[in-house]
Write a protein that binds this ligand. Sequence first.
Ligand code: ADP
Length: 355
Amino acid sequence: MSSKKVKNSDKSTAEKTTNNGDSFLDQTLRPTKWEEYIGQKHIKDNVKILLRAAEERGHIPEHILFYGPPGLGKTTLAHLIAKETGKQIKITSGPAIEKVGDLASVLTNLSPGDILFIDEIHRLNKMVEEILYPAMESGVLDIIIGKGPSARTIQLDLPPFTLIAATTRVALVSSPLRSRFSGGVFRLEFYSNEEIAEIVKRSSKLLKVKLENEALKEIAQRSRFTPRTANYFLKRCRDYAQVHKKTLDQETVKGALDMLSVDGMGLNSGDRRFLETLIEKFNGRAVGLKTISAALSEEETTIEEVVEPYLIQLGLLERTARGRVATKKAYEHLGFSDKIKKPASSSQGGQNNLL
Ligand code: ADP
């Protein structure tokens, strides 16, 4: 199998430094102990029980699925579980497993007790998925040899393994696949500002950055309730402070994040353009995903997975049966308060939901 399709978690420093900045940052700042993994208490409590019970029974932990927007800590949880169980973690992703043979190769190369982490599991194709079912349930690999009437199935026993999967689109994971995660299906929540502040504090220590308290709060407030974004902003602010020879106080953070076009609520230019398009171009009408995606020349998946969850969380967007609608709060935040009371013209076939 090609080394691209699956990788071990222990990367050499050289390998790390050749990665792009974001994944390098993820690895440097990734918590390595449960105590360092802030928030998501419900998940941590459940997973710890699951691991402990499995250990006491002398079994390997059951399969687990994590879902939620990107950057909330799904991969980190998989690494922590591997650490806790003292087993190796092998990492791959839905799009990397194109053929049945790819999955067969990944599974037969596992050692007993290994953790197999499949990111973006919603992107596995149907044929691959069907091979995964018996592997998850009964620890066997069904291989069909030959074609037509002479085709026959042979069954290979696999080493026992725990599958940990992650997805940003749980609705796209078929229900037969979902039901095979016998250890649980867990949804990661957005973080509170206090939790994000705690994460940034830890990261600033690791990066040896001196950060004033107000600066910490400012980063937390603009970080989309997402640890990866918070860590990214911290790094950008550090660069900005270094180049401008400033201390990292609230003003510096504001300067750095304004330069990145991130406003006080954490909206970036893409988020604002999305809301402005709903308000101005569609005059406040409910708009379907396809239409807004075409209007913005933005992929539907990016809109659904990255842009909308945060706007909904902030109460700036509503998904109604008829489509997406910007809320009153969005009008106010973007300086369109004057438009709130104006009814949308009836010739445009909709009505302004705000009224
Ligand atoms: P996902 O797999 O959900 O996209 P990751 O697990 O890769 O997200 O997390 C991205 C980065 O955010 C991690 O490298 C880590 O530095 C940070 N992070 C995520 N969750 C937490 C957490 N609960 N506590 C501290 N840092 C976190």
